[in-house]
Write a protein that binds this ligand. Sequence first.
Ligand SMILES: Nc1ncnc2c1ncn2[C@@H]1O[C@H](COP(=O)(O)OP(=O)(O)OP(=O)(O)O)[C@@H](O)[C@H]1O
Length: 698
Amino acid sequence: MPQLAIDKDFLTRYAKLEKRVQKAVDEALDKFADTYYAGGHLEKVADARDPRARSLRITQNYRGVVLAPEQGDTYLLVTVLPHDEAYAYIRNKRFSVNRALGVLEIRDEAQLQTMSDVLAPVAAAAESRLFDHVPDKHLTQLGIDDRTLSIVRLLPDEGHLDAIQSMMPAAQHNALVALASGMTPEEAWAEVSKDLVEAVAPEEIDPEDLTAAIRRTPGQAVFVEGPESLREMLDTPFDLWRVFLHPQQRRIAYRRSYNGPAMVTGGAGTGKTVTAVHRVAHLAAGYDSGPPQILLTTFTKTLDAALRSQMELLIKDPGQRDRIDVRNLDKVAYEVVSRERGTTLKFPRSRELERLWDEAGADSGFSGAFLLSEWEQVVLAQDLRTERGYLEAQRRGRGNRLSADQKQRVWRAVLAATERMAQANQWTFTQVAAEAADILNRTGERLYTHVVVDEAQDLHPAKWRLIRALVPEGPDDLFIAGDPHQRIYDHRVSLAALGINVRGRSRKLTVSYRSTQEILSWAVRLLGAAPITGLDDLEDGLETYISPLHGRRPVVHGFTERTAELDALVGQINGWLEQGVEADSIGIAVRTRSVADSVTARLREADIDNGPLVDGPGVRVGTMHGMKGLEFRCVAVVGVDADLLPLKTQVTDRTEDPVAHGHDLQRERNLLFVSCTRARDALYLSHGGDPSPFLPAK
Ligand SMILES: Nc1ncnc2c1ncn2[C@@H]1O[C@H](COP(=O)(O)OP(=O)(O)OP(=O)(O)O)[C@@H](O)[C@H]1O
C-alpha cells in the first residue's frame, strides 16, 4: 500500500501562501494523490544532493519538494517553495535516518561543506577542539554519523556549534550540545532519547527505511490517512497542533490506557490543553457511537467554548463526536441538581448574596462577605456537615484565627443563611457542585466513563468531589491537565485526599509552543523562589521548561504617574498595529477593573478600537484573571505598580496568618506570570508609580 506523509514545514509554508497558490497546491496534490504510487509526474533533478528528492510542479513559480523512495512506497511532502528556492533546497539538502535514534533527519550538506572549509584552518590553528575528549565510539553511539563526525572534529568551541545548528540534523545537534554542556555520554543519551516515541535497538534501524523513521518522528512528519485527511490538514493549516504532536505530547495523549487517574502538568504553553484534546480523540476512537461517555471539561464558560472548537477541529467523525460532551463543571453540576429538583436554580449577584448573609448573620459579629467566603472556603471545601466538624476543622489560609465561641456564631450564621437561600431557591456555583456530588454519590449514578479536565489547578474541592462522582473508578477514568504555577484562586487541593490517586501516572510537558525563550526565562523569574506544590502533593519546578522559539526580550517601562504610562501604552499599541499585528492579537492585562477602565478610556480617546478579552472587538483589554487560558501575539501588562501587585486587599496580613500570607503573595505572583505567558511574540510591561516588587531587578 503506498503511503503519503507530510512534513510540518510543508504545512507551515502552505499556510502562508497566497490563496491562488494554495489552490494550485491543492490541485497538484489531488493529481499526485491519484497517482502517487506511479511517481510519474515527479521530476528528478539532475544535480540533486539526495537522489530521492524530487520536485512537484505547482505553478510556473512554485514547486513542492517530495521525498520519493527508490524502492518502497512512502512519499513525504517535504516543503513547498518558490521555484528557485525549491531547486536550491533539492541541490543542498540530504535526508537520512539517525543511526542511534531511528528518527528522520534533514541536513544542509552544501552549507555544512562550506562551514567545514572555513573551519579546517581554524581547527588546525587551535590548541584544542571542543570534542577532543570524546572518542568516535561515543559520538557514534549518540547517533553522530560519519558526515557529521568530520565537521564535529573541527569545531573549536560552543559558539561554532551554535552556528551550525540550522544546517544540522536536530537530534545530532542536541546530542552534541548535551556533550558540550559537560554531560557524560550516558547522560547525553538520556537527554536525546527522552523524546523518542519508541525505543529501538541500533541494529534494528534500517537507514533506508523512511517509513519507520517517519513513524518515530511524529513532531516533524506524519502519515496522511487518506485524501480526506489530507484535505482537512490543508483546510486548517495553521492548526499544526492537530497533526504534529511533540513526542512527549503524543506519548501521553495516545498511551493505550492508564490504569487509573492520569495527570499532565507543564509550564504555560507547553500544550496541556492540546494533549487533553488529543486524549479525548484517543478515548473517543475506542467507541463507534452512542450516548456521551466522555466529558471534556474546565472551569469557565469562556474556556469551554475554546475547548469545544478545538475538539471539533480535531474530531470529525460524527459518531465519535456524539460520545463527547464539552461543558464546564458549573453546567454539569447545574444539570444534575436541577434535574433532581425538577426546577431551575437561581444565582443571585454577589452583592445581593452578601446582603442576605449580612442579615442572616447580623448578630454573629462578622460581615456577610466574610461569612460567605468562610462557608465556601472552609465548610463546603471540607464538606463539613456538623457544628462539631466545623469546630474541629483547620482553617488554614483563612487569615484571622477564630475562638470556639466565634466559630459557634459563624456556624449559626451559616445555618441561618443557607436556610434562607434554600427558601429562596438561591445558590452559589460552589454549592451546586457540592450538591451535585452528593446526589451522584447517593444515587450511585455515574454519568460518564471518562472525564478529561483542563485548567485543573484552580478547581474548588467541591468540584473535585463532583468530578470523582461523575465516573466509576477504573482505567482511564480521569485525565487531568493543569499547572500549579498558574494557580490564581484560593483552592489548594490534594487530589489524594479527595480519593484521586495519580501517583505514578503523572507526566510533565517541558517544551513551550507559545512563548519565546526570552519571554519564558523572564516570566519564570516573576514566580519567586518559594517551592510550589502540585495537585499530586509533590513539588513542581520549571527548571526544564524551554522554548525553541526566539525573539526580543520583554521590556519594562516605568513612569511616575498613570497618565504618562497610558500615553506610552497608546504609543506601543499603535506601534504594534503599524507593524501589521491584528488588533485582536493584542491583549492588555491589568490587575483591577478600575485600571482596566482607565485603559479603555485612554484607548478610546486615541481612537483605538478595543473590547473585552474573549470576544473583543479590537484590541483586547481585561483583568489578569481573565487572561487565563488565552493567548495573544503581543501582550501589554499595565499598572505593574507596588500598590497593585500584590493587591493589598487580597493578601492576608503576615501577623494574622503567615502561611496564608505566603500563599496569597504567591497567588499574586502567579497572576502576573499567567498574564505574561499569554504572549507569543512580544511582551511589554509598565508601571505608573513605584514598580511592583515582583518585577525582577534587571
Ligand atoms: N504540537 C504542537 N504543534 C503546534 N502547536 C502546538 C502544539 N502543542 C501546542 N501548540 C500550540 O501552543 C499553544 C499553547 O498550547 P496549549 O494552550 O495547549 O498549552 P497549555 O499548556 O494548555 O497552556 P496554558 O497552561 O498556558 O493555558 C497553542 O497555540 C497551541 O496550539
